[in-house]
Design a protein around this ligand. Structure first.
Ligand SMILES: Nc1ncnc2c1ncn2[C@@H]1O[C@H](COP(=O)(O)OP(=O)(O)OP(=O)(O)O)[C@@H](O)[C@H]1O
Ligand SMILES: [Mg+2]
Length: 328
């Protein structure tokens, strides 16, 4: 079996505009990696924890828990990472608690640009380095559900902005080490999720440009999510057009009024589906014209249950696209 290079990385970061399906894609990637026998750590940073729900598991919180087979998930809220850092640095529990509870600390941390995000990336770096007793890495792969685009770039920019501003000391060292990890193409890959629609496509192009220009984090795949299905092939489309024309000119006369209305609605529905697909194709071509990365398409999955069924479907499509040789 061909092993997609994606799963050879240590750190798979997933970013994109809000609501395009990042968490879904992260869960699908985790499921695919787990299917390849990898021990997966799935990281999100969300006030409203989502990933555990997708796997039908109880909330995992900061410390994390297994959500499915060998997939361990953690919700690394940056503020919580910062608190842990203070606890570790200040060994006296009582003093640490006083600091953590003080309004000045909370106020400062809420306002301090990037410090807790840097700590979060630092935490991910530590987790990447975590070993079992045998010396083997604890996780084969870490999948990070990075915050939405605007914030996504801001989040990824933090260590780079830090090295511009800070010349020495612990913070600088931390930023240097994070940059070493996230810019190393042997270990890290950034994947960007988008929808085949105008706004997300434009933002994806902009995001890739700023990642290339400002950050140098290796971009792997552009994952085009929720692609509408192609219900008719081109030949069938032509047949459909003739059929519709004929029906409208004489065939519909034999139907009663209600049937005629139903037939009209059917034609309309098919046309709307085709137009939607055409629009998706237009934006997919635009993406492919403007960006020179590998692309993976995940179809729109018609389900009422946003749970493991959706993830399994998405994961199967993802694997199929990867095994097909990144051609989709
Ligand atoms: N391929 C798909 N087919 C159908 N529905 C999908 C698909 N991918 C995602 N969804 C649905 O779209 C919604 C948004 O997905 P998701 O939560 O993964 O997005 P997100 O990018 O993580 O959002 P946020 O920026 O808010 O974190 C969810 O309801 C999800 O179930
Ligand atoms: Mg999400």
């Amino acid at each position: 079996m061909v092993k997609p290079d994606l799963f050879e990385k240590r750190l798979l970061m997933v970013s994109g505009k809000g609501g395009v399906g990042k968490s879904t894609v992260c869960a699908a990637l985790a499921l695919a990696a787990s299917g390849l026998g990898k021990r997966v750590l799935l990281v999100e940073m969300d006030e409203k924890e989502r990933i555990s729900r997708l796997f039908g598991s109880p909330e995992v919180g900061y410390e994390g828990a297994f959500v499915y087979r060998n997939i361990y998930a953690r919700n690394l809220l940056p503020m919580r990472v910062m608190d842990e850092f203070v606890e570790v640095q200040i060994k006296a529990k009582r003093i640490a608690r006083q600091i953590l509870e003080s309004p000045i600390y909370r106020h400062f941390m809420a306002a301090a640009p990037g410090l807790k995000e840097l700590a979060t990336l630092g935490k991910i770096m530590l987790l990447e380095d975590e070993k079992e007793r045998s010396g083997r890495a604890k996780y084969d792969i870490i999948i990070v559900d990075a915050p939405a685009t605007g914030h996504g770039v801001a989040f990824l920019r933090v260590p780079f902005a830090t090295v511009e501003a800070v010349r020495m000391g612990w913070v600088r060292k931390q930023a240097d080490r994070v940059i070493d990890l996230v810019t190393d193409p042997a270990r890290t890959m950034l994947n960007i999720v988008t929808l085949p629609e105008e706004m997300p496509v434009n933002e994806t192009v902009e995001m890739c440009q700023s990642v290339e220009k400002l950050l140098g984090i290796p971009i792997g795949y552009i994952i085009i999510n929720s692609v509408f299905p192609q219900v008719l092939r081109p030949r069938e489309e032509a047949l459909f057009a003739t059929m519709k024309e004929r029906a409208e000119s004489n065939g519909l006369q034999r139907l009663n009024r209600a049937e005629r209305r139903a037939a009209g609605a059917l034609f309309e529905c098919l046309e709307a589906t085709m137009r939607r697909r055409e629009l998706n194709e237009f934006y997919i071509s635009k993406l492919k014209r403007m960006l020179r990365y590998e692309f993976i398409q995940i179809p729109f999955i018609f389900t009422k249950n946003f749970d493991i069924t959706l993830i399994e479907h998405a994961s199967a499509h993802l694997m199929e696209a990867l095994l097909r040789g990144h051609k989709s």
